[in-house]
Design a protein around this ligand. Sequence first.
Ligand SMILES: Cc1cc2nc3c(=O)[nH]c(=O)nc-3n(C[C@H](O)[C@H](O)[C@H](O)COP(=O)(O)OP(=O)(O)OC[C@H]3O[C@@H](n4cnc5c(N)ncnc54)[C@H](O)[C@@H]3O)c2cc1C
Length: 304
Amino acid sequence: MSGRLESVLSNPDLEVREQEPLHRHTTMGVGGPARYWVEIRSERALKIILQTLQETTLPRYVLGGGSDTLFTDEGFQGVVLHPSGARDLNIHHNEMVVGAGWVLSRVIQHAARTGLSGMEELYGIPGTLGGAVAKNAGAFGREIAELVSWIEVYRWDGSFHRISGDEAGFVYRDSQVRREGVIWRVALQLRPGNPDAIRQQMNNIYARRTRSQPYGFRSSGCIFRNPPGDSAGRILDQMGLKGYRVGGVWVSRRHANFLVHRGEARARDVLELIREIRQRVQRERGISLHPEVVLVGPRGEEPW
Ligand SMILES: Cc1cc2nc3c(=O)[nH]c(=O)nc-3n(C[C@H](O)[C@H](O)[C@H](O)COP(=O)(O)OP(=O)(O)OC[C@H]3O[C@@H](n4cnc5c(N)ncnc54)[C@H](O)[C@@H]3O)c2cc1C
């Protein structure tokens, strides 16, 4: 970042760090450094940084809670944008308009307090609202796409767009809007409900999560997408892969679709384990498993 770098560095709503270790910013806890890490604390600051990026060819990537992103040990030779300042929250009738930097579960807690229902099944999914929309997060039969009325997004060329949920290109655990730029604000269409009943449902969902998923380990959640009509976790479990290990990372004994570690793993261990599992499932079951987590190499997102 040359030219405008001065104005960026002197802006109190932008914090630029060089060689920021990315393992600190993902739930998997692996990955080398980002050449630049940019903390964006206001919408105005986002516009400035996007303008600045027009002058460079540096790769760019948006990171929310880092619960669905895997960086390699080489790190990222570009700019990671972290839109932590997208934090407004307004309610009009049954519509909640929320900054993408909010932690998803906090949005759901807030909805519950105000007697707005519809998102309870998503309670406990880690990460931000922006990440949930970008990845069309879902659980227990509910996907966030069903609730999105519109999204405000700043595209990489700096242009601002308000698009409808229908225009976001939502598919199973992904969207088109994820590739377009930075989601700043999202409107969610909810329905009135009794706060106690909503809270009860959230507690039930949370309890079901904690019973079935490994807690207290580093992970990226479910590592593989479910193949059509089946469950990746069930397949791996049936194949006896629970506990299977490469270096410091292994297949969780509680949920076979989770790869976990205690902080000693490298990204290459995770990648090697994923590669071995895919090969075995292909060879022994004839099924192609596709990872759900976004893989980011030194120059950007990489295909699996
Ligand atoms: C223990 C555990 C349990 C999980 N359970 C579930 C589950 O039940 N269901 C489910 O769907 N997922 C689950 N996940 C995966 C993950 O939590 C979700 O996909 C989550 O919504 C990702 O949010 P994030 O902010 O962490 O995304 P990140 O990892 O930060 O980003 C994910 C993708 O979204 C993009 N992105 C993030 N923010 C923005 C933004 N503001 N604008 C544009 N693009 C953006 C990133 O560029 C990246 O491509 C789980 C993960 C863990 C660790």
